[in-house]
Design a protein around this ligand. Structure first.
Ligand SMILES: NC(=O)c1ccc[n+]([C@@H]2O[C@H](COP(=O)([O-])OP(=O)(O)OC[C@H]3O[C@@H](n4cnc5c(N)ncnc54)[C@H](OP(=O)(O)O)[C@@H]3O)[C@@H](O)[C@H]2O)c1
Length: 316
């Protein structure tokens, strides 16, 4: 039996939750221990977490009772929903409500809800600059999260709202890395014009979340927005050129062209980039780099991240 405070980590087998789990488990002096929540306790990723010292508990965030059972006895929880598994804003919100209710009903003392902006505060549905999607969203995977924030507050759950940024890892896992263009030159393609894109190494999300749990009370009720870099496409391309020792250029396309790329969610992500470009001052301003580094002094720049991860970048 441990006397450490238990942090239940939803998404512990994934990017954000996994980075928090490792940040805690890699600190032998931590006042916290990790309860990794997963639907598949026998998966390889769950086994890896168990080897690092995590307790593995099965729960499905579609099922309130299972989440409540998984939170019993914990001090806090890191809460995430994965929109990209089902592409349903309504299901994402139902999952978030299960998480908030379970946190309330098990009297958790501190939760971090990984949320994002409800972009309709900036781009009302009648704003024609970008299409309305699914009848009532501009950026469904952002709007659904932001719209549900109030449930945590309404229920009186002691919550820190964590607003993250575009993962650098999207250049590895999300098909956004350098690809040869018609002229044979490698290019990265973004619909951001010359505007900087706030972005971050996934590990820094976990390190920041760990810092927030350590800070406890000081962060409850606060919104914390983080990024490790604010780079325009040209600077990402320059970074790739240096790291790959090959010429990489920035291919700036319009949000319209991006929306038409044809992969599932292209319209949603096209609108997301347009929101980040059109409201760039707000979007970069809130994700202040100095404040992010103050919370997490190990915060990586894109170049630092790239040096460590260049072998993982799929280049044709
Ligand atoms: N890509 C980006 O740049 C970016 C930036 C900011 C925010 N986001 C947001 O991040 C979210 C995804 O987080 P991620 O990148 O950390 O995910 P991820 O690496 O794809 O992993 C998803 C995690 O969610 C868990 N999960 C999914 N459905 C579940 C369910 N029904 N019950 C229990 N656990 C469930 C999975 O656990 P098991 O499979 O083990 O059960 C897994 O650990 C998305 O909503 C996205 O909008 C992404």
């Amino acid at each position: 039996m441990t006397d450490k405070k238990i942090i239940a980590v939803v998404g512990a087998t994934g990017a954000q939750g996994g980075s928090l789990a490792r940040a805690i488990l890699n600190d032998p002096d931590s006042e916290f221990t990790v309860r990794a929540i997963t639907r598949n306790p026998d998966s390889e990723k769950a086994n890896e977490l168990a080897t690092l010292g995590a307790e593995i508990v099965a729960a499905d965030i579609d099922d309130y009772e299972s989440v409540k059972n998984a939170f019993e006895g914990a001090y806090g929880a890191f809460l995430i929903t994965n929109y990209w598994e089902h592409f349903s804003p309504e299901r994402e919100q139902a999952q978030a409500m299960n998480l908030a209710r379970a946190a309330k009903d098990t009297a958790l003392e501190h939760v971090i809800w990984s949320t994002l902006e409800d972009t309709r505060r900036w781009v009302p549905l009648d704003d024609d600059r970008m299409p309305t999607l699914m009848g009532k969203y501009k950026v469904p995977h952002l709007d659904a999260k932001g719209e549900i924030d109030h449930v945590f507050t309404d229920l009186g759950v002691p919550t820190t709202f964590l607003l993250t940024s575009f993962y650098f890892e999207n250049f590895i896992n999300f098909g956004m890395g350098p690809k040869p263009g018609p002229d044979g030159r490698l290019a990265i393609t973004l619909p951001m014009g010359d505007k900087p894109l706030p972005s971050i190494a996934v590990n820094d999300i976990g390190k920041t979340a760990y810092r927030i749990f350590k800070g406890g009370e000081e962060f409850i009720g606060k919104r914390v927005a983080i990024a490790g870099a604010h780079l325009p496409g040209t600077k990402f391309a320059d970074g790739f050129s240096r790291a790959l020792k090959r010429d990489v250029v920035y291919n700036a396309i319009t949000p319209e062209v991006f929306r038409g790329l044809g992969f599932p969610g292209a319209d949603d992500i096209g609108n997301m980039f347009q929101f980040k470009a059109d409201f760039n001052e707000y979007y970069t301003g809130i994700r202040d780099l100095n404040e992010s580094r103050h919370l997490n002094p190990e915060l990586q720049s894109f170049d630092e991240w790239l040096q460590q991860n260049i072998d993982r970048i799929p280049v044709e």
